[in-house]
Ligand binder design. Structure first.
Ligand code: SD4
Length: 294
């Protein structure tokens, strides 16, 4: 059995469908996950990932991405990258072609260009319109995009499991809208935004990156599974810890989700309702998780 999990309503569906399509064509697990995220990055309709996403306070789109292989704990990541898409593929190149874990900013862009990525303008008419609205003081999108039509953030974090017991975790995002230039959230940080270890399981995060990072949310959740907790218990332990210890954690949604090497999964959020997409050998479902409280 192959299982894919992905975050949030709209892009999450695209992510798992694309990953499964590549699986059926015989792709390895990492490629399926990379393709799932790349498809979302290249879709201009998703406002918190890739092309056409919401920019920083200078009006520049800055992208973050990471990928981790549970087989040997190898990882690759990029942060604050402008004019390159999809950055999940650049993160994979960092993993495979360098001895490093993360490249940042202009130097990550330079590395991507050396690897054959074409620089391009990532702003669309829609993202320019939102930027103008924000500058005028009436942006419909706050830091994390929660509106009626856009059901929650569009950061896509994915977990994949190929039985018996191989896991990949990955994430791609434009981070928070209107962030300070150079701001980096949890998504490209190994242990915060993603973590995968074939000995135990994998976890991913989405939501307010500052809080998720301070909690080392993904690593914390995998370690909880290592102590014997189920994925659902582990996610709840992490989120309750955040609610108890971090005053900012309930101001916006902070989410962790996890899957163990047996294919059990779970999720928890500090605020609102979180939608998790699940694809088990092509059978796709979506599950809702409501906010926890102490
Ligand atoms: C960040 N965690 O950069 C990301 C934002 C996010 O849905 O997940 N939005 O903080």
């Amino acid at each position: 059995m192959t299982t894919f999990l992905a975050t949030w309503r709209e892009p999450g569906k695209t992510a798992v469908e694309t990953a499964w399509k590549h699986r059926q064509q015989g792709a390895d697990l990492m490629t399926c996950i990379e393709m799932g995220l790349a498809e979302c990055e290249l879709d201009p309709d998703f406002l918190a990932i890739g092309l056409g996403s919401l920019p920083n306070s200078d009006g520049e789109i800055e992208l973050d991405a990471s990928i981790m292989d549970g087989a040997d704990l190898s990882a690759g990541a990029v942060c604050s990258v402008q004019n390159i898409c999809p950055v999940i593929s650049v993160a994979r190149k960092v993993l495979e072609d360098t001895p490093h874990v993360m490249l940042a900013g202009d130097q990550a862009k330079r590395f991507a260009i050396e690897k054959g990525f074409e620089p391009r303008n990532l702003m669309t008419a829609e993202s320019i319109k939102h930027l103008e609205e924000w500058k005028a003081g009436n942006a419909p999108y706050k830091y994390i995009h929660v509106t009626e039509e856009h059901l929650h953030g569009d950061t896509v974090t994915m977990l994949g499991l190929e039985e018996p017991g191989h896991l990949i975790a990955a994430s791609a995002t434009s981070g928070l809208a209107w962030k300070l230039p150079g701001r980096v959230g949890d998504s490209p940080i190994i242990g915060a935004g993603i973590y995968a270890d074939d000995e135990t399981g994998a976890a991913g995060a989405t939501g307010l990156g500052e809080e998720l990072w301070k909690a080392c949310a993904s690593f914390r959740t995998v370690e909880a599974m290592k102590r014997g907790l189920s994925p659902q218990e582990a996610c709840e332990e992490t989120i309750l810890h955040m609610i108890r210890r971090q005053p900012g954690a309930t101001e916006h949604a902070c989410v962790v989700f996890a899957m163990n090497k047996a294919g059990e999964y779970g999720a928890a959020t500090t605020q609102g309702v979180f939608h998790l997409w699940i694809c088990q050998d092509g059978v796709i479902t979506v599950k809702e998780y409501s906010e926890l409280s102490l």
